[in-house]
Write a protein that binds this ligand. Structure first.
Ligand SMILES: Cc1ncc(COP(=O)(O)O)c(C=O)c1O
Length: 395
């Protein structure tokens, strides 16, 4: 039987056609396609809002580098601390560490896996420079609560929105309340160019710095200088080579107008997963009560991008369930094991198991199932049946 892949992209003729047009133009990188994508993504973020000005968007080669340049543009430096979540991918903490700063973890909410604002306040110290929430699986963190904590203390708020551009909660969208927000267009993301990313910010001075930082720290890009009398460029600060290319932007642009329809399709798939899993294993799953209050299905808050669909079997079953799903031809992933328990951070920070019990429990339980708009009903049923039969056999 054919494997149910964990992810399948939906790039097709629209993307291919736009990509081909770039081959006939002069600029393959930091040219007109990048500029158009940046403008269109900024407009997308404020769609339908008459009260809001579009943020400035700076395209990058990935979200990991977007995080690095965003932190640098927000003046993070050696000795500073950033409050963040242990339930995230390596990029979030790597970015903080690359700048010589220290991640200070706070535990997450049991039902959503999102950073718990109630724990943030008490983690603030004299070296705290900012707060870095992650919109896990495509659900927005409680940005209104985080903003209320950050603003009076003069802390920056940087959002890691690698899991989507299309979510909303309490009338808030990615980047609306934060000083900056980063996005990923990695191969499995809801819009993708294989690799790619962006930072959006409402602060013009931050945007100017981001443009410089993604291009080595030089004062003018080749396309800025093109067609004018020769202009010398200057190196004004230590930057990175971290820009989006026109080829990538050309793949991304046709996906923007489709993303909301695809979100609706993802939501239908998520709801069907939940209903079918409840029918198949609800009673067995509900019987196992977590001491930390972690449910077997993540609680929904607001409008999710539904980037990932996760289930949370008891820790003792997780790895065996993963193995059985693999044998049944079902693609899976683990997003994520709690980051502070991984080797590099253990060696560096020595935060023992028990430091963040809720993130650790989610990390021991979570499994991501196949989730993409073209996932067919029959394939989804195979996933549900494989999960249910393995779970019942093991529970
Ligand atoms: C939460 C989170 N942040 C950052 C990243 C990094 O994204 P990229 O692969 O575009 O560098 C990822 C990647 O999956 C992620 O899941």
């Amino acid at each position: 039987m054919e494997k149910v892949e964990f992810y399948r992209h939906q790039l097709g003729e629209d993307e291919a056609q736009n990509w081909r047009t770039v081959l006939d133009t002069l600029f393959l990188t930091l040219g007109p396609q990048v500029a158009a994508f940046e403008k269109e993504l900024g407009e997308f973020l404020v769609r339908g809002r008459t009260d809001a000005v579009a943020p400035q968007v700076v395209g990058t080669n990935c979200c990991s580098m977007a995080l690095v340049i965003a932190l640098k543009a927000l003046d993070l430096g050696p000795g500073d601390e950033v409050i963040t979540t242990p339930m995230t991918f390596a990029s979030t903490t790597n970015a903080i560490l690359h700048l010589g700063a220290t991640p200070v973890f706070v535990d997450v909410e049991p039902t959503t896996g999102l950073i718990d604002p109630r724990r943030v306040e008490s983690a603030i110290g004299p070296r705290t420079k900012g707060i870095l929430p992650v919109h896990l699986y495509g659900q927005l963190a409680d940005m209104r609560a985080l903003e209320a904590i950050a603003r009076p203390k003069g802390l920056f708020l940087l959002e890691d929105s690698a899991h989507g551009i299309e979510m909303e909660r309490d009338g808030v969208r990615p980047g609306q309340l934060g000083d900056a927000v980063t996005f990923s267009f990695y191969a499995t993301k809801n819009i993708t160019s294989g690799d790619g990313g962006a930072v959006a910010t409402k602060h013009p001075h931050v945007a100017d710095r981001l443009r410089r930082l993604r291009n080595h720290g030089v004062s003018k890009s080749a396309s800025d200088r093109h067609g004018k009398a020769y202009q010398h460029w200057d190196l004004v600060e230590l930057g990175y080579k971290a820009n989006l290319t026109d080829l990538d932007a050309a793949l991304l642009r046709p996906q923007l107008p489709k993303v909301l329809d695809k979100r609706a399709r993802r939501e239908a798939i998520a709801k069907r997963y939940e209903a079918r899993l409840r029918e198949a294993i609800g009673a067995v799953a509900d019987a196992r009560v977590s001491p930390n209050g972690v449910p077997w299905l993540v609680e929904r808050r607001g409008t999710s991008s539904h980037h990932l669909f996760t289930i949370q079997p008891p820790p003792a079953l997780r790895d065996e369930l993963l193995a059985r799903l693999g044998e049944a031809g079902i693609g899976t992933a683990v997003n994520y094991r709690a980051i502070h328990l991984l080797t590099y951070l253990q060696d560096l920070m020595h935060l023992p198991r028990g430091s963040f019990p809720i993130a650790e429990e989610i990390g021991d339980r979570t499994i991501s199932l196949p989730m993409y708009p073209t996932l067919e009903t029959a394939a989804q049923d195979r996933v549900v049946e494989a999960v249910a039969s393995a779970w019942r056999a093991l529970a």
